[in-house]
Ligand binder design. Structure first.
Ligand SMILES: [Zn+2]
Length: 131
């Protein structure tokens, strides 16, 4: 998603990292499955130990490109596959405070109105001193 319209007329723009009005979430029903990447990483480590690394990455990713990439990149991409599959996105409109929640990983959003001004900036990082 790069732009999302809000019913208030504002446009939520997502074109950089570290947005203070964006968050990710995993449904409780998917939570355990979302952490199963550890099994895939263990399988990858075993393939490296058994000299079948290239065969493993080609089968797992369906691409030969991983032959030339580092083990840390392979592990990062294993984790990313799980994130893509199970993580959904939320945004808060900076104009009206509505929270837009993604249905599944469909890129379709439903919005919820805030009850008061104290609900603005709910995705901003709060340090211990500020809370
Ligand atoms: Zn809005």
């Amino acid at each position: 998603m790069s732009k999302l319209g809000c019913v208030c007329g504002n446009t939520i723009v997502d074109q950089c990292d570290n947005l203070d009005n964006k968050a990710y979430f995993i449904r409780d029903q998917d939570y355990e499955k979302s952490e199963n990447y550890t099994e895939d990483i263990e399988s990858f480590i075993n393939a490296v130990k058994n000299d079948s690394r290239d065969k493993w990455t080609e089968k797992y990713f369906g691409s030969e490109v991983y032959k030339n990439l580092s083990n840390s990149t392979v592990i990062q991409d294993i984790i990313s596959r799980y994130k893509l599959k199970y993580e959904s996105t939320m945004y808060q409109c900076k104009n009206c405070g509505r929270v837009k929640i993604e249905k599944g990983t469909t890129n379709i959003f439903t919005s919820f109105e805030t009850e008061n001004d104290q609900s603005m900036d709910i995705f901003k990082v709060v340090t211990e001193n500020e809370s």
